[in-house]
Design a protein around this ligand. Structure first.
Ligand code: PDD
Length: 284
């Protein structure tokens, strides 16, 4: 199995040879957007949805995509095939290119578009089985969390803080309501409905999130998109996080207090099985 491959502005390279300028605006300003796509059995899952979201993020930061979505999809699929890694993650990053440091947008500077394919960081099976702990942290991010920006410092700090406290994920709380995790969306099962925060500027509208909502509805559960007060999250019967690499995980404790019975519950089990079945059908 290969170590992985890089696509850098149209060139295919190995990781050691792929280099970007020290003046790249992604490096100096965090001036860019990204996507993470899961590859199952050599096939990208929900590539179209991810590329459409990349296009939206790029538009919101006034950065034109250098390729059409069709050409980008073809390049990504070719890279995945060449890398030959069955269970992989495709990372796509678009920045405003390399130019002398100046806050103003540079003129006539081509963007930097990078894609990498690497073996996926698999979630340890025991976490899927036993569930995970979460830590709540103040949401100190900017007011456009709907843009998948590469400026991830608050997410990085929060994840590290959670890890040091023995938790797997940090959940952001803004003005008393839970927004999302550092790289996941959050759901609470109240016993009657599956609640998830509204996909407005406070969160990333997760692709896994939309699949979870659809699957829950197909299984006959009532789903509601609204503010989720922290107290309600803590008293939920079940809490679930969802994201591309995470897939679905049951949250069994928040800030050291058990959620529900303190074990992954039936709604999680049902939705996770449904998610895996859907993927198996799509990548067949
Ligand atoms: N993160 N919220 C945030 C802040 C995220 O960064 C992510 C994904 C999600 C879930 O979105 P999706 O289901 O579309 O992956 C929600 C990626 C995986 C990452 O940064 O690694």
């Amino acid at each position: 199995m290969s170590e992985g491959l890089v696509w850098l502005n149209g060139e295919i390279l190995d990781f050691a040879s792929a280099k970007v300028s020290v003046e790249d605006r992604g490096f100096q300003f965090g001036d860019g957007v990204y996507e993470v796509v899961r590859v199952y059995q050599g096939k990208p899952f929900a590539l179209k949805e991810h590329l459409e979201r990349l296009q939206r993020s790029a538009r919101e930061i006034e950065l034109p995509l250098p390729l059409s979505l069709a050409d980008l999809a073809a390049a990504a699929e070719d890279l995945i095939a060449r890398a030959g890694i069955a269970e992989a993650e495709l990372y796509i990053q678009l920045t405003r290119g390399a130019a002398r440091r100046n806050h103003l947008f540079p003129s006539d500077t081509p963007p930097t578009l990078v894609m990498t394919v690497r073996q996926v960081r698999l979630i340890p099976p025991e976490l899927r089985e036993q569930g995970i702990r979460a830590l709540t942290v103040p949401d100190e991010r900017w007011a456009r969390c709907d843009i998948k920006s590469i400026c991830l410092l608050p997410n990085v700090l929060a994840k590290e803080r959670a890890h040091r406290a023995g938790a797997f994920e940090a959940l952001f709380v803004r003005e008393g309501v839970v927004t999302e995790g550092t790289s996941s969306n959050v759901f609470a099962w109240t016993g009657e409905e599956l609640v998830t925060p509204v996909a407005d500027h406070r969160i990333l509208s997760g692709i896994t999130r939309s699949f979870v909502l659809r699957l829950a509805q197909q299984h006959g559960y009532r789903t509601v998109e609204r503010d989720l007060p922290l107290a309600e999250l803590k008293s939920a019967r079940e809490v679930i996080i969802a994201g591309t690499v995470t897939e679905l995980l049951a949250v069994i404790a928040i800030d050291g207090e058990p959620v529900g019975e303190g074990t992954p519950g039936p709604i999680f089990r049902q939705l996770y099985a449904a998610y895996r079945n859907m993927i198996a059908e799509r990548v067949r």
